[in-house]
Design a protein around this ligand. Structure first.
Ligand code: AMP
Ligand code: GLY
Length: 414
């Protein structure tokens, strides 16, 4: 099978390795990719915000299957364009990707499907905004309705800050604060059947102890030894299956990866958000743990053939730590030389914001690399990830030192 993978992050590097590990894959192409992906796949420089460029590349290469990584092309409708041109595609249609593209749409789907989520109000005027802020109280949760690249959500005790953010949005969702540990749990769907993956936890704030601004994600780990033993079944039953059924009933079936961001509150599971694609950096801990051949799995989803498939997982734990460029997330510095990417057993080095310049490697994004350690438990996986990342030299770069720390301490206490 000849596959075209769209995207250029650490998530896509992990997907690329996963796809190539499946014997069904004969050729892997990636657009635009990054130098790490370029070591294992053929790269094509195209503008992935342009649907026609993606379709033309798929036609030129005569690929059998297309896998879409990031949300932007999905929300732009590239999956519809590819399917119309005859390509099996892993990734939802434009209409189904609205579950990530519009917070208000996601709320409507959840309400219609009876899926537990924070109570919310969608507001257009200052009066509506102020009423909603006072109804739900502090901490205030204010969400830009549209895609905002991780910058759309403000959670704050400060009513003035909440109001200012709300007024800066075109359409805004204000909701109740959910108190509980966050879990990312992904469902792979063919539009009818949905299969839950294992849970992971993401670290969203830039600095240790959950300080600093929100980011795309600074690290992740899986499995979650502290999570309820039935979390996969419960999330499948209460969240994933009802949403997939609702999307099908609306005539906009969701084919691809449904990312459920959950809060495990005292009152049970609540959905914080949905995404329409694999998470980053959660994918970098899940894919190395997945035994089930990835290309076959995603192809079955794309061709509506998932019924009866069960996932197999390694017993191993995985911990990923993101190396961020100086200034990330507000103003990351690009162009710094990256040296000393080591090769270490049970450590995966995933490129994200990297580029080649005069045959050397330089930073080219806020999140530069993801380093994943694997081991028989979180403590060993964590040690390997940190040993790996400590070797990489990039001026001014930083990473969190507390990824999976509490879970590792709890695990050692057992
Ligand atoms: P989102 O873009 O919806 O994932 O929001 C980004 C982050 O804001 C989430 O990962 C949570 O940490 C936080 N957040 C969003 N909604 C809520 C909520 N209702 N209660 C508490 N925290 C929230
Ligand atoms: N790790 C969060 C996300 O992918 O949106």
């Amino acid at each position: 099978m000849k596959i075209l993978l769209i995207g250029s992050g650490g998530r896509e590097h992990a997907l690329a390795r996963g796809l190539l590990a499946d014997p069904i894959v004969e050729e892997l192409h990636c657009a635009p990719g990054n130098p790490g992906i370029g070591e294992i796949a053929t790269l094509h420089k195209i503008d992935i915000s342009n649907n026609q460029e993606i379709v033309s590349l798929a036609e030129e290469l005569q690929v059998d299957f297309v896998v879409i990584g990031p949300e932007l092309p999905l929300v732009n409708g590239v999956a519809d364009a590819l399917r119309a041109a005859g390509f099996p595609t892993f990734g939802p249609s434009k209409a189904a990707a609205q579950i990530e593209g519009s917070k208000n749409f996601a709320k409507e789907v959840m309400n219609d499907a009876g899926v537990p989520t924070a109570r919310s109000a969608t507001c257009a005027t200052r009066q509506e905004i102020e009423r909603a802020l006072d109804l739900f109280g502090a901490p205030y949760v204010v969400k830009d309705d549209g895609l905002a690249g991780g910058k759309g959500v403000v959670v704050t005790q400060d009513r003035d800050e909440a109001l200012a953010h709300a007024l800066s949005c075109n359409k805004v969702v204000i909701e109740e604060f959910l108190d509980g540990p966050e879990v990312s749990l992904f469902g792979i769907s063919d539009g009818k059947t949905v299969i839950a993956m294992q849970p992971a936890q993401d670290f969203k704030r830039a600095y240790d102890n959950d300080k600093g601004p929100n980011t795309g994600g600074m690290g992740a780990y899986s499995p979650l030894p502290w999570a309820p033993s039935d979390i996969i079944e419960q999330t499948h039953r209460e969240v994933l299956a009802p949403v997939i059924a609702e999307m099908a009933a609306r005539g906009t079936p969701f084919v691809g990866l449904l990312y459920a961001g959950l809060s495990l509150t005292d009152h049970g599971i609540r959905v914080i958000e949905f995404n329409a694609r694999f998470g980053d950096p959660e994918t970098q801990v899940l894919i190395p743990r997945l035994i089930t051949p990835l290309a076959t799995l995603l192809y079955k989803a794309a061709t509506r053939d998932l019924y009866g498939v069960e996932l197999q997982w390694r017993e191993d734990s995985a911990v990923s730590v993101v190396l961020a460029a100086k200034g990330y997330p507000s103003a990351p510095e690009f162009g710094g030389a990256i040296t000393d990417i080591p090769t270490i057993a049970d450590v995966e080095m995933y490129h994200a914001g990297t580029a080649s310049s005069d045959s050397s490697l330089v930073s080219n994004g806020g999140r530069v690399m993801t380093v994943t350690g694997l081991g028989p438990n979180l403590t060993e996986a964590r040690n390997r990830a940190y040993r790996g990342i400590s070797h990489i030299a990039l001026n001014g770069s930083f990473y969190r030192t507390d990824i999976a720390l509490n879970a590792s301490i709890a695990e050692m206490g057992n």
